[in-house]
Design a protein around this ligand. Structure first.
Ligand SMILES: C/C(=C\CNc1ncnc2c1ncn2[C@@H]1O[C@H](COP(=O)(O)O)[C@@H](O)[C@H]1O)CO
Length: 277
């Protein structure tokens, strides 16, 4: 049975669930939205997003009735997550959202690149927003933290152990993917993508389509790490552009650089072009 922080308030002073002196001994920590949960490793891998998106057979009248009731309540929970996010971030001034692999290892060249990016953005006066997790997120938050810039982590409930990295000074744990994604966009003036996998690609393409469809003002999307990204851009040119599925203007929405300083230069120039800083 998972134990939440609320449980431990009631159980204070007792030994751990399995009689251990250290109640956390064999438990892992994760977040269910804002609630910290300690549970047995491998237990309960169902997230709020998964429950929301679960298919229910509408021919089963009982299940359908239950889903309708649950979904109605869910709307209030989603609403409250938007409210909490807007409240937490309402004082963020100029900020850049950084995406990148959760799996970068401290000490690797790409982890160092992410630290340098966080520093360069912080030194230029930008708050840095990340997914608040490990790897590139931790590194970029750490770089920003080093400079005294605001270091923001927007974490997400996942089916395994999950916590905000220690370099975040404003942090939030979201239940809903799409609410968190709104925050990544709403509070940033630019996106920077470090090398990454599916999660990073998803975030990069979402940013790209929002700019392409003019859902957000044309702000720069900078891909850092030519070696990582060049193949994807070649494919876009050789396949998507050649087939007429994108236009050459669309390709101009992406900037490819190697150095954090180049990313900052592009972001600052775009802001100057919009009449801001
Ligand atoms: C897989 C691992 C940790 C997962 N923890 C994450 N915490 C917060 N945000 C995450 C996490 N994993 C992915 N993201 C988001 O996607 C992007 C990275 O995805 P990728 O597939 O690793 O490229 C990142 O920008 C986050 O917003 C390690 O144990």
């Amino acid at each position: 049975m998972a134990r939440t922080e609320y449980d431990s308030e009631y159980n204070s002073g007792e030994t751990g669930p399995r009689g251990s002196d250290n109640p956390s001994a064999d438990l892992e920590t994760c977040y269910v939205g804002p609630i910290r949960v300690r549970r047995d490793p491998g237990e309960a891998s169902e997230t709020t997003d998964r429950r929301l998106l679960e298919w229910v057979d509408p021919r089963d009248r009982d299940l359908r009735a239950e889903r309708t009731m649950r979904d109605s309540w869910r709307v209030l929970r989603i609403q409250s997550e938007f409210v909490a996010g807007f409240d937490a971030l309402s004082e963020v001034a100029e900020a850049v959202t950084v995406f990148g692999s959760a799996r970068l290892v401290p000490g690797s060249a790409e982890f160092d690149l992410a630290i340098r990016l966080g520093r360069a953005l912080g030194e230029a006066g930008y708050a840095v927003i990340t997914g608040g997790g490990p790897g590139a997120m931790e590194a970029a938050n750490r770089g920003a933290w080093d400079t005294g810039a605001q270091s923001i982590g927007l974490n997400i409930e996942l089916p395994f152990e999950q916590h905000l990295n220690e370099w975040v000074d404003v942090g939030m744990n979201f239940r809903y993917f799409f609410v968190r994604k709104t925050m990544f966009v709403k509070y940033a003036q630019a996106f920077v993508c470090l090398p990454g996998g599916f999660g990073t690609l998803d975030e990069m393409f979402e940013a790209l389509t929002l700019v392409q469809t003019k859902k957000v003002v044309r702000f720069p999307i900078v891909l850092v790490g030519r070696e990582h990204w060049a193949g994807l851009l070649d494919w876009m040119r050789e396949v998507l552009l050649a087939k007429g599925m994108i236009s050459s203007d669309d390709l101009d929405l992406l900037h490819l650089v190697d150095e954090p300083a180049e990313a900052v230069e592009i972001i600052a120039a775009a802001a100057a072009g919009r009449g801001g800083r």
